[in-house]
Design a protein around this ligand. Structure first.
Ligand code: GLY
Length: 380
């Protein structure tokens, strides 16, 4: 589908964040600042209600141009206290195409963007992935700031510098590691997020709960986001380029999750609770149950730990069974073809699995065992 990237306009904003009233200052003071100390760049992630004001402190004072990349549907107007241009991209994964990337870059030219400017990605994962990638290659790299407006983006996609677009052959096959100048996770931006999008974010939060954050469910949404960001920031700081295996644990639940998501997008009848293709985080929820069952079958975790996987996934209202329309053979095929992991070796499949030493990458798992366990993942 065509997107409307080429449409750009200038918007002069006359408000200055420094003129915020007393109430605003109190709100801003509650905002949490979490540092990502990756080798290539140190930056802050701000988490809080109405913390979007923090953006004026992230934009370099001498930035010559500011270009906001967003979607028309987002309808959040940024108050930057200075003139900026806006570039719109379409909704959905189609926006992460080579064609769309070209349009965004052409729009940057129209806006007069140079390396002395800054890009602001205002949106969910699709926008931050696409805009972050375009910024990282345009004029050999323009700094980018992420203002994440989805729960999934706030706890995962906007943090850690992974940018990219899709090819027909697979998701995120072209991309860069390019850390942003800063990230804003304004919880108030989630107020109008559709239920299914929230659910998708909860799938990633469930992952963090099982990665060691424990009973996350008892905290407010804002605290949950902050705790997830803190864990992601510490992992990215240790293994920015996913070279040691530490960052790979962020893919917990994703091996089967990606396969379910891909099969659901390809098929016309595979649907989730609202008759739509299965969202990323919802698929990850099913993947977490599967990873728990597999670790249990391999003797890596006990009954109580497996039960905790079910409890977390259920507490977040996520799905725990594979939709019947998706064939187990399709899933195995997809997982076998997924050779993206640089840690892959041997003939079997690779999973991130829980165990005595915590969650870690396990390679060479017997395909027949996986196929058999998948059969148990369908509701009867
Ligand atoms: N979304 C996984 C990562 O950032 O590594």
């Amino acid at each position: 589908m065509e997107d409307s990237t080429a449409s750009t306009h200038n918007t002069a904003s006359t408000h200055n964040t420094a003129s915020a009233g007393k109430g605003d200052v109190a709100i801003a003071a509650r905002c949490k600042e979490i540092e990502v100390a990756s080798p290539s760049r140190k930056y802050s992630v701000y988490v809080g209600n109405r913390c979007v004001d923090k953006i004026s402190g992230i934009i370099p004072e001498d930035a010559r141009q500011v270009v906001v990349v967003t979607q028309r549907e987002i309808e959040i107007e940024l108050d930057l206290g200075r003139e900026y241009s806006t570039v719109f991209v379409s909704q959905g994964e189609e926006a992460k195409s080579v064609k769309s990337l070209e349009r965004v870059c052409k729009s940057f030219v129209e806006c007069g963007l140079t390396r002395r400017g800054v890009v602001i990605a205002l949106g969910g994962g699709v926008v931050t992935d696409l805009a972050g990638f375009a910024a990282s290659i345009y004029h050999r790299g323009v700094p980018c700031i992420n203002v994440s407006t989805s729960l999934l983006g706030q706890v995962d996609a906007a943090i850690g510098g992974k940018t990219g677009i899709n090819l027909e052959e697979g998701k995120n096959l072209i991309g860069t590691f390019s850390q942003p100048l800063g990230v804003i996770c304004d919880i108030s931006h989630l107020e109008s997020l559709p239920q299914l999008e929230m659910l998708s974010g909860y799938g990633e939060i469930a992952k963090y709960a099982l990665l060691g954050l424990g009973n996350l469910e008892k905290y407010s949404l804002e605290e949950q986001v902050a705790k997830c960001v803190y864990l992601k920031a510490s992992i990215v700081s240790e293994d920015e380029l996913e070279q040691t295996g530490k960052r790979a644990v962020l893919n917990y639940g994703h091996t089967l999750g990606h396969a379910i998501e891909a099969c659901s997008l390809l098929g016309s009848s595979q649907t989730d609770m609202e008759n739509q293709p299965i969202r990323h985080g919802v698929a990850v929820g099913i993947g977490l149950i599967f990873a728990g069952k597999l670790a249990h079958r391999l003797g890596r975790i006990d009954d109580a730990r497996l039960a905790r996987h079910y409890e977390v996934v259920r507490n977040y209202g996520l799905m725990e069974s594979i939709p019947k329309e998706i064939e187990p053979d399709e899933l195995v095929q997809f997982m076998a073809n997924d050779k993206k992991s640089m840690f892959a070796k041997g003939d079997g499949l690779n999973f991130v699995l829980d165990g005595e030493k915590g969650v870690e990458l396990v390679t060479g798992i017997d395909t027949k065992l996986v196929r058999g366990l998948l059969e148990e993942m369908y509701s009867r």
